[in-house]
Write a protein of this length. Structure first.
Length: 284
């Protein structure tokens, strides 16, 4: 869990502990007996070691005479959930809904800073490449297959590459040119798309060569939207960073990664080399 979510969970736990003490329960054990819970659950909730459910909040507030605070605390629980969203939960109704959520964020953003070490960024993907990534999501998380609708929503993001005065600073690892989604033909089409995108006036596309000396470890992919939001992806979940001091760390990481990147002709050369690689595979 990112530190902002953890701090929020600990603050919630402190409020619950205060309610317990104000109600005359001298220990977590005493409250646990009243609620019919394990003592360890009370301890984990009070110390921010476990997420509270909405029902936990209602039960706790009822036992401690703090029903007036139920709505406020439930809003806090939902906010913590938003900071850390499991992929399986996000995709439980299919992938289109998650793609739709990104559109308002893109619309409001003026400056994008994108880091993807192994995969082409979504707004630069071809339909075929995007479809293959979604098929892998379906198989991995065992969620409903709405690949066609999800691809259509992802491609809607591309409109912002051509509209308004937005600035896109995109960094990819060289591995992103070789991570094989869909086979040689799909990859050749995707690499051609990157070559075309390089001509967009407000897109800066940098590549970090595999042999480049790094000033910071690559880490997870992340997307920065102005200086107000960072989305970080892991295998299990996506978490949101909104705390200024944490956003500053991601901005610093992006700047350090950028120092290892190449641009312009160097990028074109690496892409052409990758195209030749996949053309060779297609002939075999």
């Amino acid at each position: 869990m990112n530190s902002q979510a953890q701090e929020s969970r600990e603050a919630l736990g402190a409020r619950l502990r205060g309610f317990r003490k104000d109600a005359g329960f001298a220990s977590g054990r005493a409250l646990a007996r009243t609620l019919g819970w394990q003592e360890s659950k009370v301890s984990r909730l009070e110390n921010g070691k476990q997420n509270a459910s909405e029902e936990d909040i209602r039960t706790w507030c009822s036992a401690t005479g703090q029903q007036d605070h139920v709505d406020d605390l439930i809003a806090t629980v939902r906010h913590i959930d938003e900071l850390w969203l499991e992929w399986r939960r996000q995709f439980q109704a299919g992938m289109e809904k998650r793609q739709s959520k990104a559109l308002p964020v893109y619309k409001k953003t003026k400056v994008f800073r994108i880091w993807h070490p192994t995969v082409v960024w979504g707004a630069l993907q071809t339909p075929e490449y995007a479809a293959e990534t979604f098929r892998q999501v379906v198989n991995y998380y065992e969620v409903p297959n709405d690949t066609e609708a999800a691809v259509a929503k992802r491609l809607e993001r591309q409109q912002y590459l051509y509209r308004g005065e937005r600035v896109f600073n995109v960094l990819l690892g060289e591995q992103a040119l070789y991570s094989n989604f869909g086979g040689p033909e799909v990859m050749i089409g995707q690499l051609d798309r990157l070559l075309a995108a390089m001509h967009l006036p407000r897109l800066s596309l940098g590549l970090i060569p595999r042999s480049a000396q790094l000033d910071i470890w690559p880490g997870n992919s992340f997307s920065m939207f102005d200086d107000r939001l960072v989305l970080v992806e892991t295998y299990s979940a996506e978490f949101s960073v909104t705390q200024p001091r944490e956003i500053d760390l991601y901005a610093k990481a992006f700047a350090l990664l950028k120092q290892s990147a190449i641009y312009g002709a160097g990028v074109r050369d690496l892409i052409f080399t990758a195209i030749q690689h996949f053309e060779g595979l297609a002939r075999d």
